[in-house]
Write a protein that binds this ligand. Structure first.
Ligand code: AKB
Length: 316
């Protein structure tokens, strides 16, 4: 059996993806890895965790070789706001890490998943129903690493035959693990503050429209893309995916249907507002639907209801 390696396994996507992969393929089949160590009480017998700095090619190589890895979900990366604070680290980790993972994948014949983002678009991109193939001139370091990452994955597929696959994630909303350093993070933080304090101070303007997706849909999409028939994948490394788009004010109105006294205030963070303004309002994801059957289930109202229920249980 060739195993699955997940880098950045303690991050927002990784913490839920590892659980889903273990349920689907068995605990033995999945190696979680991160540059941080998990709390000891979260490790269960038979579940393998490795310390991994994904900018270190030797460490990646050792885990892939010793663990008989056949598939790598490469999630270790800095998000958009942190990448603007630390552009050099972002280049080193987001690009350097991907390059090293692809090199190891080439040598060991591994399949690779790479998460791109709506951040791969820029101010010159059509904002509404953003096409699958369009102008990509991002103005952030995060965006630069995402476009370059998409191209590098295409290159490794064409030149070396590495089975690389990826999608452009919108903001992801999850109750299991908080995001860190992203521009869309408000759409998660708002739920914590709504439940705890009944109010939230948002760092984006009330009318900032962005694409979003609930984590269960993102995890299902990841697994579907990786299991899809490669012959059907025309856009293999950069599928637009989304499930909904909304503004902070629309999200607050939806939360008010469950917590009528909920209040939202705005204190704009210029950096994150600038990043959000450079991103699309809504993506066209028809290529993902046609090529591998992308079909998200959660709308804004279904997501808000589920988030509040799950997060209340978690917080209490
Ligand atoms: C971020 O806000 O940086 C991420 C993303 C949309 O890629 N959530």
């Amino acid at each position: 059996m060739r195993r699955i390696l997940v880098t950045g396994a303690l991050g927002q996507i990784g913490s839920e993806l590892v659980v889903a992969l273990r349920e689907r393929y068995g605990s033995e089949a999945v190696i979680a890895s991160d540059i941080r160590l998990p709390p000891l009480d979260t490790l269960h017998p038979g579940e393998r965790f490795e310390f991994l700095d994904s900018t270190n090619a030797r460490q990646i190589q050792d885990i892939v070789r010793n663990g008989e890895v056949g598939t790598i979900y490469h999630l270790a990366a800095l998000l958009s706001a942190t990448s603007e604070e630390k552009p050099h680290v972002a280049w080193e980790l987001n690009m350097g890490g991907l390059y090293k993972v692809l090199e190891v994948a080439r040598q060991h014949d591994c399949k690779v998943f790479f998460p791109s983002s709506i951040g791969a678009f820029g101010p010159g991109t059509p904002k509404d129903n953003t096409p699958q193939d369009t102008i990509q001139r991002p103005t952030t370091m995060y965006g630069v690493t995402k476009v370059a990452g998409e191209l590098l994955c295409d290159y490794y597929n064409r030149r070396f035959g590495v089975d690389t696959r990826g999608m452009r994630f919108p903001g992801l909303i999850s109750y299991a693990a908080p995001p860190g350093g992203g521009t869309t993070d408000y759409a998660v933080a708002i739920f914590y503050d709504a439940i705890r304090y009944g109010r939230y101070t948002c760092f984006l303007k009330p009318d900032t429209r962005l694409d979003m997706m609930y984590m269960p849909d993102a995890i299902a999409a990841l697994i579907s893309l990786m299991e899809a028939d490669p012959a059907k994948l025309i856009h293999r490394n950069s599928f637009n995916v989304t499930a909904m788009n909304f503004t902070p004010s629309e999200l607050a109105n939806e939360i008010r249907k469950h917590i009528p006294s909920f209040e939202i205030r705005y204190e704009i963070d210029a950096v994150r507002q600038g990043i959000a303004d450079s991103w699309p309002n809504s993506l066209d994801c028809s290529a993902a639907r046609a090529e591998w059957g992308f079909a998200p289930r959660y709308s804004l109202s279904a997501m808000v209801e589920d988030m509040l229920t799950k997060l209340r249980t978690r917080i209490s």
